[in-house]
Design a protein around this ligand. Structure first.
Ligand SMILES: Cc1cc2nc3c(=O)[nH]c(=O)nc-3n(C[C@H](O)[C@H](O)[C@H](O)COP(=O)(O)OP(=O)(O)OC[C@H]3O[C@@H](n4cnc5c(N)ncnc54)[C@H](O)[C@@H]3O)c2cc1C
Length: 318
């Protein structure tokens, strides 16, 4: 078993996903604790250029037409052969649709342990996972021999996993990729929606704590006064109170506003991963232990309806 930490580089349509850089930064922190090297694992076709700014000691590159677009089938086959042969200490995947799909199947097929929702590693190499909707941080030894780990953002910024020094890229022999059972037919673009929340600089975001559809109107009023727009956590969209185009999170959009006002949102990992690049997060929640307060710069432990009404009054007066 080697001490190498592999990071499976997630990318889509010519762009490296931010989670890949976050994982490289986490892998670096882990190697500082337990030694070893950070190794990026890139799969694609004519995509070697994507390795250019990865902060890795080296990059292993699988190039094959069957890897031109992500399919779980092809990724699993390629990664299974590499992991079996090299037995790295850990393999990091994004806790994303892509990463969770591949990592879980590899865990079953290779009979390797999997750690999910890992946010960081301690100085002595323990994993720290954010579980139970973000309410509990669980710490443990990285299981042996090779730990498969799905990672969530929050601890590291994407910039920390980028480098001006291109890493050495080593081509890896691709195993037979015939008889794949899945192929990409095409991409289905999400509905354009009324506004693109990923481009807005002020977002008033409502969660289940808003309680009723009528109360969403109060948030709309506040957003209008502040020159922003309303977006929401998944339960609010699932209720049909706002369209899917306004959903923030793993199943919705990643946002980077200057101000993210989170009202009645608990701070589940699937929501938080999409707001970490916000300039400022202000959380309003009646529960002082809500995990959203861990990432908010400012917070108020107060009923959001009371506060919204007061805010509207004050802004109108001003
Ligand atoms: C695969 C997967 C994908 C997912 N994708 C997403 C996604 O894209 N986006 C997303 O948001 N979620 C997503 N989720 C769901 C996620 O796990 C959480 O369930 C969800 O984010 C919780 O939404 P919430 O914070 O609004 O509700 P809750 O967790 O119920 O929190 C409501 C909060 O409101 C507070 N509150 C209640 N009343 C008041 C009041 N009057 N004033 C102030 N505060 C109040 C409560 O204290 C609580 O903290 C996903 C889950 C899975 C499994």
């Amino acid at each position: 078993m080697s001490q190498e930490i592999y990071v499976v580089i997630e990318h889509l349509r010519g762009q490296v996903a931010d989670i890949s850089y976050v994982m490289l930064a986490a892998a670096r922190a882990l190697t500082q604790g337990i030694g070893g090297e950070v190794v990026g694992v890139l799969l694609g076709h004519n995509e070697q250029k994507l390795a250019g700014n990865l902060a890795a000691d080296q990059v292993l590159y699988f190039d094959h037409p069957a890897l031109a677009e992500f399919t779980s089938d092809a990724y699993q086959k390629a990664l299974a052969s590499l992991i079996k042969e090299k037995a790295p200490r850990a393999v990091l995947f994004g806790s994303t649709s892509i990463g969770a799909d591949v990592a879980s199947v590899l865990s079953a097929r290779l009979d390797l342990p999997i750690v999910t929702l890992c946010r960081s590693f301690s100085a002595d190499g323990k994993y720290v996972s954010q579980i139970c909707g973000g309410k509990i941080m669980a710490e443990g030894d990285l299981p042996e021999p090779t730990a498969l780990v799905t990672m969530i953002p929050g601890e590291f910024k994407p910039e920390e996993g980028q480098s001006d020094q291109p890493p050495n890229v080593t081509p890896v022999a691709v195993p037979a990729l015939e008889e794949l059972r899945v192929r990409l037919v095409g991409y289905v673009e999400p509905e354009a929606g009324d506004v693109d929340i990923s481009q807005e600089s002020i977002l008033i975001s409502v969660g289940r704590g808003v309680q009723t559809e009528d109360n969403v109107e109060l948030a709309e009023e506040l957003a209008e006064l502040l020159g922003g727009v309303v977006c929401a956590s998944r339960p609010v969209v699932d209720q049909g109170w706002l369209p899917t185009s306004r959903m923030v999170g793993k199943s919705g959009k990643t946002v980077k506003p200057k101000l993210y006002l989170a009202m009645g949102i608990s701070g589940a990992p699937e929501h938080v991963e999409a707001i970490t690049e916000s300039g400022m997060i202000i959380a309003i929640n009646t529960d002082p232990d809500a995990p959203i307060f861990d990432i908010a710069q400012y917070g108020a432990e107060v009923d959001l309806l009371d506060l919204t009404e007061v805010l509207i009054e004050l802004i109108e007066e001003a």
